[in-house]
Design a binder for this molecule. Sequence first.
Ligand code: AN7
Length: 362
Amino acid sequence: MTKHYTGLIERYRDRLPVSASTRIISIGEGNTPLIQLQNIPRLIHKEVDIYVKYEGLNPTGSFKDRGMTMAVTKAVEEGSQAIVCASTGNTSASAAAYAVRAGITAFVLIPEGKIAQGKLAQTLMYGAKIIQIKDNFDAGMKIVKEIIDHAPVTLVNSVNPYRIDGQKTAAFEIIDELGDAPDYHCLPVGNAGNITAYWKGYREYAADSGKLPAVASKAPVMCGYQAAGAAPFISGKMVDNPETVATAIRIGHPQSWDYAWAAQKQSGGWFDCFTDDKILAAQKMLASFEGIFCEPASAASLAGALNDIGSGKIPEGSKIVCTLTGNGLKDPDIAISQCAEDKPVVVEATLDAVKRAILEQM
Ligand code: AN7
């Protein structure tokens, strides 16, 4: 009989900070598909293997669930009755869901009017206590880091080290599936928790200190991509008024600044940034040529990979993994506005009219 899949903590229990008596708070996160792109490499006339790690298929539709199962498990183990986070949307949805699962309260600070509809809908449905602030994510982050000294709440943003531990399992899954690490790993960077987590996971699998054997022969080159209007890793300094259509990464003061630079340096990687137009073009390309729908921020990974393959910085013959951090359904408004020129036709409800509509569009 095959074992029922209960989530990433069970799967990677020996590499995570849990004990036999820990009550695990899980909604079946992780184990997401690694999909090889079939049409885009042909389209760009390059001999490259591009895989996308489709994190939009996690329980709340983003990679945040990997970190949240771990952070909430530990919060509950430590006796916490409430969690708190600041969020551009996905962390709040994830925190809200895992709090429900644990039977505790989630307080989420979100920038008023600046989170995608799907994320707001989820967070409302899960019943989180939503506090909208009249400022951006960075301002919210500053407050939640202080609030923990003034209220009995556990902070579950990625400054919580358990978040990083949970998220590192995505690197384990990639190596377990490919048999080794890819040559390049491309991902969007906002707060820089995820690039920190992947780098930790890749290193742990490549060269384990102590009892666990090495699983991979190498770690990949890490490539972190930002939106041009919110690109502190490209300017080398914090950005006070970040702006981008990719609201998930509308972040100017990344919390994992030093860890992300360490990942870049140690892996021989780089950071780059792209305009909103280029990010949106990559989002649409992925949907229309591969049948894979991610949210705008996630598409920064593909925009970056394609740019660097095109310039030769990523050479032909490479194996590349792009993380698609969130599901396209998170942000229906942007998706629909991207397709303004592809308006569906409206016809009479007759066999003849529908026949004509089909034949005209064949
Ligand atoms: C889809 O939800 O920061 O570099 O508050 O939702 O680890 O911050 C979201 C970040 C990329 C950036 N893609 O990851 C939040 C939040 C998506 C995201 C990122 C986010 P980090």
